[in-house]
Write a protein that binds this ligand. Structure first.
Ligand code: XLS
Ligand code: NI
Ligand code: NI
Length: 437
């Protein structure tokens, strides 16, 4: 089947000298870095929601995107056709994975039963397309935020029926993800948060959210779904305060409710910056807790303080991201999922290719640069030496739990003063990184 993108052939690697906008300059999927192919390191994934359902609408204007294959209707036939087009796109791009919400791929019906039937029809097409293209599902998820029933949230709604509806929806989404061999399943909080505390019982809402996730874990085991569960932190939008506001908040919540063993985090770049953190920070918090699962790769605008979901193009950012990923042993179930959308002004289908090619090339460069920094070893050595006082003597004793306050006091009484500090050398290290970029 070849229809929509007939003027675009499979995107090939042509090397850094190529001037072909529809070729990779840096992403050579079979190239080996640190004993693994780029394809296996980066595990690129295309998102269904932005790339095949995004219209380019914003609060001030209607959609602008030209998508000749989409008849604009809510019919199942249109959804099935769209799914075939999506796979044609992903295959030509050469991304090994995709991700979707239940409602991206199939229209909502009048009743839950009808909605599930619509989903089954499209899942049949997805399954066929996965089979003949070899493209796999990175993760599935349920849209628990668009429909007006979710106005007060889903798992944290004040309306118990809405909790039940969301639970039924997740049940179905888990079955479908399982059927499609998904490597994971993501819970992004949607409207799990509040607009005002005046009408909110926060404790009760958090208890309900935990109950909801426990139900999902139970059902996952019941159906034998082996994929990884993720929570995706985000601090605001759509609600004023989202409960899963950042990696630390998510980890604390998971720990408090005894869910830590069953979840990892899916860290999104633009969510990290909205939370007032860097991506590097969020990856480090997740990684240090052994919970770094997957990445929603995008970027925000430096001047617009909102979730603009732009394609990542900064090599500095991708280098930092890949340094963290390599440090924590690389992706296992996760990958680099482009939760990003083309700008409203980029309304032609070919823009979808430019956007993804750019993101993939930026990450290929980030990976190669990160690997070179690691091979060089100076950065790691610097950090190691910075903590040398902990490797022996009093430091080693403290770390081993063998020194109490009494001993520390007598140590210092003998020393008289702490050993002198050494410069943190931030500028030196920044220059070092730039040697490789
Ligand atoms: C929204 C989130 C969402 C999740 C999937 O900001 O990024 O797209 O990734 O529900
Ligand atoms: Ni996301
Ligand atoms: Ni987002």
């Amino acid at each position: 089947m070849e229809t929509v993108f007939k003027n675009i052939s499979k995107i090939k690697y042509e090397g850094p000298k190529s001037r072909n906008p529809l070729a990779f300059k840096h992403y050579n999927p079979v190239e080996i870095v640190e004993d693994k192919t780029l394809r296996d390191h980066l595990r690129f994934s295309v998102v269904y929601w932005h790339t095949f359902r995004g219209t380019g609408s914003d609060p001030f204007g209607v959609g602008t995107a030209i998508r000749p294959w989409d008849d604009g209707s809510n019919s199942v036939a249109n959804a099935e056709n769209r799914a075939r087009v999506a796979f044609e796109f992903i295959e030509k791009l050469g991304a090994p994975f995709y991700a979707f919400h239940d409602r991206d791929v199939a229209p909502e019906g009048k009743t839950l039963r009808e909605t599930n039937k619509n989903l089954d029809a499209v899942v049949k097409v997805l399954k066929e397309e996965q089979k003949h293209t070899g493209i796999k599902l990175l993760w599935g998820t349920a849209n628990l935020f668009t429909h007006p029933r979710f106005v007060h949230g889903a798992a944290t709604s004040c309306n118990a029926d809405v909790f039940a509806f969301a639970a039924a929806q997740v049940k179905k989404a888990l079955e479908v993800t399982h059927e499609l061999g998904g490597a994971g399943y993501t819970f992004w909080g949607g409207r799990e948060g509040y607009s005002t505390l005046l009408n909110t019982n926060m404790k009760r809402e958090l208890d309900h959210l935990a109950r909801f996730l426990h139900l999902a874990v139970d059902y996952k085991k019941q159906i034998g779904f082996k994929g990884q569960f993720y929570i995706e932190p985000k601090p605001k939008e759509p609600t004023k305060h989202q409960y899963d506001s950042d990696a630390a908040a998510c980890l604390n919540f998971l720990r408090e409710y005894d869910l830590l063993d069953d979840f990892k985090l899916n860290i999104e770049t633009n969510h990290a910056t909205l939370a007032g953190h860097t991506m590097q920070h969020e990856l480090e918090v997740a990684g240090a807790a052994g919970a770094l699962g997957s990445i929603d790769a995008n970027t925000g605008d430096e001047l617009v303080g909102w979730d603009t979901d732009q394609f990542p193009t900064s090599v500095y950012l991708t280098t930092q991201t890949m340094l963290a990923i390599l440090k924590y042993g690389g992706f296992t179930t996760g990958g680099l999922n482009f939760d990003a959308k083309v700008r409203r002004e980029s309304f032609e289908p070919v823009d979808l290719f430019h956007a993804h090619i750019g993101g993939m090339d930026a990450f290929a460069r980030g990976l190669k640069i990160a690997a070179a920094i690691r091979k060089d070893g100076r950065l790691a050595k610097f950090v190691e030496q910075r903590y040398a006082s902990w490797d022996s003597g009093i430091g080693a004793k403290i770390e081993a739990g063998k020194a109490g306050l009494v001993e520390l006091e007598s140590y210092l009484l003998k020393q008289g003063e702490a050993a002198p500090n050494v410069s943190g050398r931030q500028e030196f290290l920044e220059n070092l990184i730039n040697e490789f970029i």
